[in-house]
Design a protein around this ligand. Structure first.
Ligand SMILES: Cc1cc2nc3c(=O)[nH]c(=O)nc-3n(C[C@H](O)[C@H](O)[C@H](O)COP(=O)(O)OP(=O)(O)OC[C@H]3O[C@@H](n4cnc5c(N)ncnc54)[C@H](O)[C@@H]3O)c2cc1C
Length: 406
């Protein structure tokens, strides 16, 4: 065999696995990466700052069919993992962990320097197109060359951000081996809504309490900044909702925004009466202009069938109450989740039952699945990268232990 270990995919989990395997004593390791350089996605994470983990982090933070508890416990903290690579980290007040430099390139440099030190081979422009079990290991086929390896770690990610190398085509390799996968769907992504409602709001940001409703049931609620684009509602609290939406039932969902979550509708009603008295010579738009930006005020009035330039003194009590209630329940229909190119992660992947406790494929010994390719996903805040490091290290450790037993 050419290699003791081949890793398919030079992303977060692949590089962590390469470093860990080498540091545990595995020799002859190659990382095959389909794009021109490894770690492209790491560089854009966290808006270029790389939110590499979260504290605290536990199994309860993850969704999907793969049990993650033991793996997370064994990994410990990302801060100590990166300290061993010479990278110092910092935490923000919300528990998000970043490199001390606040620069994603520091994270990629740390991983690459460590891999280089151990002589890990980085082979780029090497898209793996077939994977065949053979005696004593695996034959890994790329467009340019064939490689053999005793062990393979599949770290080729999912479908999110296809422009960074992850268009999901690598999952075909697993399907051809008969490995069961939960169907992919985009998560951590904007949610599409009614363009006629959204177009005037384009570029606007508001703080709100956001609920995802399926008929009368609230599936998810979070307060935070909500952003509007021409076709989508966005922002971290919206990203975190996306995994609850099942495509085929889109018309059942609504995003409901409470634009003044710090008070109730009765307080808002009294406030509006007060403003009506203060702005008694103004129009309805000016009634709301002390609370919201104009496009949002206009939308609230439109939802209540109130003409923006109507004198505000003409509003009767019933209409003022309707406006107050709309401020606390501004409802946007859901038209679907956004496309893969706007998503940050993938739900779905190799299901838990197909993997043993070491993330090794049960029916294919010496093949391991880590990172986003496994059926694990989470919320915004560093959890995905944390899983990528932890799962890569976990599989690497098992390969090293097994190799040393022989
Ligand atoms: C814009 C953006 C921002 C994000 N920010 C954060 C954040 O701040 N914090 C966080 O926790 N998560 C963040 N994420 C999610 C996080 O980056 C991913 O969950 C994580 O990178 C997944 O790691 P992975 O190793 O499984 O896959 P990836 O990092 O996606 O790596 C997979 C690699 O495999 C390569 N590959 C694919 N197919 C093949 C093939 N056939 N042959 C060879 N190579 C192949 C790809 O080119 C890629 O380099 C963000 C994602 C995006 C898109």
């Amino acid at each position: 065999m050419n290699y003791q270990l081949i890793i398919i995919g030079g992303g977060a989990s692949g590089l962590a696995a390469a470093f860990a395997a080498a540091s545990y004593g595995v020799e002859r390791i190659a990382v095959l990466e389909r794009t021109a350089r490894v770690g492209k996605k790491i560089l854009v994470t966290g808006n270029g700052r790389c939110n590499l983990s979260h504290t605290p982090v536990s199994a309860a933070d993850y969704y999907g069919s793969v049990p993650v508890g033991e793996i997370l416990t064994a990994f410990g903290t990302a801060e100590s993992f990166f300290e061993t690579l010479g990278l110092h980290c910092r935490r923000d007040s919300a528990g998000r962990i970043y490199p001390y430099s606040m620069h994603a390139a520091s994270v990629l440099d740390a991983l690459r320097l460590a891999c280089n030190r151990y002589g890990v081979e980085e082979i780029c422009d090497a898209q793996v197109t077939a994977l065949h079990p053979q005696k004593g290991g695996w034959l890994v086929h790329t467009e340019n060359a064939d490689y053999t390896a005793e062990n393979v770690i599949f770290a080729a990610g999912g479908f999110a951000a296809p422009h960074l190398g992850t268009d999901g085509s690598a999952w075909e390799l697993l399907k051809k081996l008969g490995i069961p996968l939960a169907p992919p769907s985009p998560v951590l992504c904007p949610i599409m809504s009614d363009a006629a409602m959204l177009r005037p709001l384009k570029g606007l940001r508001v703080r709100a309490d956001a609920k995802l409703m399926q008929r009368n049931t609230c599936l998810y609620e979070e307060q935070g900044e909500v952003q509007f684009t021409e076709r989508t509602v966005s922002g971290i609290c919206i990203f975190n909702m996306a995994s609850h939406i099942r495509g085929e039932k889109c018309s059942e969902y609504r995003i409901v925004l409470d634009l003044m979550p710090e008070q109730n509708a009765e307080d808002t009603l009294s406030m509006l009466y007060g403003f009506q008295a203060v702005r008694n010579d103004g129009d309805c738009e000016s009634l709301l202009s002390g609370m919201f930006q104009k496009p949002l005020s206009r939308l609230i009035l439109k939802v209540c069938n109130v003409t923006a330039d109507m004198p505000c003194m003409m509003l009767n009590g019933r209409k003022i109450r309707e406006i107050a209630e709309t401020i606390h329940h501004l409802s946007f229909p859901v038209k679907g989740v956004s496309e893969w190119k706007q998503a940050q992660a993938t739900a779905g992947g190799v299901i838990g039952d197909a993997l043993d406790a070491h993330l090794q494929v049960r029916n294919h010994p010496h093949l391991y699945v880590v990172g986003e390719a496994a059926d694990v996903h989470s919320l915004c805040g560093g959890y995905h990268l944390h899983w990528a490091w932890a799962s890569g290290v976990w599989a690497a450790k098992h390969i090293a232990e097994r190799s040393s037993e022989r």
